[in-house]
Design a protein around this ligand. Structure first.
Ligand code: SF4
Length: 717
């Protein structure tokens, strides 16, 4: 059964693109449908939504155009990848899936089953997928595209605070005295919260913006201080700022003594990071380094924000901890306008974390390697003791390795497009081609990944299903459906539950609607850091957006907004103290050499979203960005005789792509930049990830998509 309601006057929902989580209102227009707007409604910003206050960017403003185009409407199957798909019934598709799962369980065991999901899921989808895979099937081989996006933030928070969970809120952007933006082009990638900060920045001359980024992005253009560090030298910079704060005695000794551990080791590590050393390593002036430390030291309230520029690194977790170190050093946490605030990429990456949607997690901020956590889940799900595997499941790239080693015989991909977003695409596609049985579940067809599927399952998307999403500031929004499912599409959680029932786990999936799924999930969070026992679909409908934690034993309405964590300075570690992390900088994994003398970095543009599955189908956005491009510094361009618009070939040790050149001083010498949005559906041979490598952070397993060594050709004729 679906929650779709065919004819509401107005529905409230959430923009399904980025982790800012802007509220949307869907309004009946009463006008005749046109070709551009084939429905009788329009979408606009929801002024009552506390996170976005009515604002939307171009992606949110044009989202309605993507609802009807290129939708996958029916289940399809084929036996081999070189065959055409044929339309089949749901029964036929689901029988084939359950047969394959049973066969794999009987022959190779549960470790040969994998699911790769998405931060586009609603929390209910995530939860049912965990119950099916980690509970009923007994494998933790569920991972999501959040692995490529923010898993370093998760592991950094856990190591420093004993638990995941961004401790800040968007209001802090209005209250801070200094915003330290590192590895985030917020103006383009999280535009609505950047607008919010800019209002505050413009109004209050004392407020400083420090931007750390090898590129002069739109964010850096309006900074008071732009530190254009060499790629991979973030830890040098962060330890260098700590060195100066310690030297100038600008630390909060009382906070350090009462609420942290590991300070002595950290202080010793920072001794190496003298201004001279850091200046040399980062390629910035000593004056700029000192100015950054001065801004930090003199500001009453310092807020750090970061996203993939920090997380997508072989030292991603260490970098996150080094940012947090600065906050611990100066007690800039648990108060208004301050704290270390990771920005999530996907609209419901946060909900995925709550529901255990990564290969090392279980629902309710639990870990698969913790025996107590597994026992709690087994008791709650009424499973035999020992049913949940104690092994961390296959993470995103481990699934590719598993296919290569013939260890994975069943791969289920849902709501994501790894044939564009994974690193080392030549190797990724070869592995996908080897898969004996791939199910691809999505709202759209074709995508680059659908070419590697044996079964296609049509999924409903944001317009057709009711469920919850959590944004970067822990605000949970009920996303209401406002039209019936298109074609034969079904909600992701319904598909997972139906497969579970067909596999014999009938009593585990009795849900009639997503409200019942959420009600069960909420109970499993009791007394956990992300306690949402006070939240239900009915409460969200009645009260609007609610922030977690929100335990049902706290009196209402006090609990609706829990803006900041750690206001009592009690952390989730065993001794309630936060941990300093001590790390030396290792630089990038792939160092430029004679053969591959440039560092390529990748990123995102204001109007596009990830692999263009939606935005590539929206005319206005396609007109904004008709072509991919590569940014190159004028001096580097001159050496190769490259002019604006020249087509150049870029090669790494793994593959090659071709891009028109954009000659600009926005990029440092020796560094190149390519947007990651273009797959083979939208351009010929312009894939950024044909060049990137899969080496990952040892803690978070997040690949270093932000830096690889490349060579560039003279202009192609
Ligand atoms: Fe959507 Fe993000 Fe734009 Fe808000 S900022 S409208 S959530 S894409």
């Amino acid at each position: 059964p679906s929650n779709a309601n065919a004819t509401p006057q107005i529905a409230k929902t959430l923009c399904p693109y980025c982790g800012v989580g802007c509220g949307l209102e869907v309004v009946e227009t009463g006008k005749e449908p046109t070709l551009k707007f084939p429905d009788r409604f329009k979408v606009r910003g929801d002024r009552s939504h506390p996170s976005s206050q009515g604002m939307v960017c171009v992606k949110g403003a044009t989202i309605a155009e993507s609802i009807q185009k290129d939708r996958l409407l029916h289940p399809m199957m084929r036996d081999r990848l070189d065959q055409e798909f044929r339309q089949v019934s749901w029964d036929e598709a689901l029988d084939a899936i359950t047969d394959q799962i049973q066969q794999v369980l009987a022959t190779k065991g549960a470790d040969a089953l994998c699911m790769y999901g998405s931060g586009q899921f609603q929390t209910e989808d995530y939860y049912i997928a965990q119950k099916l895979f980690k509970g009923c099937l007994g494998t933790n081989n569920f991972d999501a595209n959040s692995r490529l996006c923010m898993s370093s933030a998760v592991s950094g928070y856990v190591k420093s605070f004993g638990s995941d969970g961004p401790p800040c809120c968007y209001e802090d952007l209005d209250l801070t005295d200094c915003l330290f933006a590192i590895g985030t082009n917020t103006a383009e990638c999280h535009p609505i919260i950047f607008n919010r900060f800019r209002r505050h920045h413009k109004k209050n001359p004392h407020v400083k913006l420090i931007v750390v980024d090898p590129r002069c992005t739109q964010t850096a253009e309006v900074a008071d201080l732009h530190l254009a560090i060499q790629p991979g030298t973030d830890i040098d910079l962060l330890n260098g700022i700590a060195h100066l704060l310690l030297l100038w005695d600008k630390c909060d000794r009382q906070f350090i003594d009462n609420h942290t551990t590991g300070f002595a080791e950290f202080a010793e590590i920072t001794q190496l990071y003298t201004p001279e050393f850091v200046s040399r390593r980062c390629g910035i002036s000593i004056e700029d380094l000192e100015l950054a430390a001065k801004y930090w030291a003199e500001s009453q309230r310092v807020l750090s924000i970061w996203s993939m520029g920090v997380n997508q690194s072989t030292q991603g977790t260490a970098k996150v901890q080094c940012i947090i170190n600065l906050h611990l050093l100066t007690a800039q946490i648990g108060k208004e306008g301050a704290g270390p605030f990771s920005l999530t990429g996907q609209p419901n990456a946060m909900g995925g974390r709550e529901a255990g949607g990564l290969a090392h997690l279980l629902p309710g901020y639990r870990s698969v390697v913790n025996p107590e956590h597994r026992a709690e889940l087994e008791a709650f799900w009424q499973l035999p003791s020992g049913k949940i595997s104690p092994q961390v499941g296959r993470t995103a790239w481990d699934m590719i390795r598993g296919l290569e080693a013939n260890e994975v015989d069943f791969l289920w991909i849902a709501a994501t497009n790894p044939a564009v977003s994974f690193p080392d695409l030549v190797r990724t596609k070869a592995a996908l081609r080897r898969s004996p049985f791939t199910v691809y579940q999505d709202a759209y067809y074709p995508t680059e990944t659908s070419a590697f599927a044996h079964i296609l399952l049509p999924a409903t998307q944001w317009s057709e299903k009711t469920g919850t999403m959590t944004n970067s500031e822990r605000c949970i929004t009920l996303c209401q459906s406002f039209q019936p499912p298109l074609g034969e599409s079904r909600a992701d959680w319904e598909i997972f539950a139906e497969v579970g029932r067909r596999l014999g786990f009938t009593d585990k999936f009795p849900f009639q609607n997503s409200a019942e799924v959420y009600a069960e999930f909420a109970q499993i969070t009791r007394d956990r850091p992300c306690d949402i026992t006070g939240i239900s679909h009915a409460k969200l409908s009645e009260l609007g957006v609610i922030q977690w934690p929100n335990p049902d034993h706290t009196p209402e309405p006090d609990r609706k907004h829990n803006k900041r964590l750690y206001t009592d300075r009690q952390f989730h570690t065993s001794d309630r103290r936060a941990r300093f992390g001590s790390y030396h900088s290792q630089g990038v994994f792939e160092v430029p050499d004679e053969q591959y003398p440039f560092i390529l970095t990748t990123g995102r543009l204001y109007g596009h979203w990830h692999t263009q599955t939606r935005t590539g189908r929206i005319d206005k956005i396609r007109q904004m960005y008709p072509n991919p491009f590569i940014e190159i510094h004028p001096k580097d361009a001159a050496k190769f005789g490259i002019h604006n618009g020249d087509l150049v070939e870029v090669k790494s040790r793994r593959g090659s792509s071709k891009f028109p050149a954009l000659v600009t001083e926005a990029i440092a010498r020796g560094v190149l930049f390519v947007p990651m949005h273009w797959g083979t559906l939208w351009a010929d041979n312009a894939e950024a990830n044909a060049l990137t490598h899969p080496e990952a952070c040892p803690d978070s397993k997040q690949p270093e998509l932000k830096a690889c060594a490349v060579a560039i050709s003279k202009p192609l004729k």
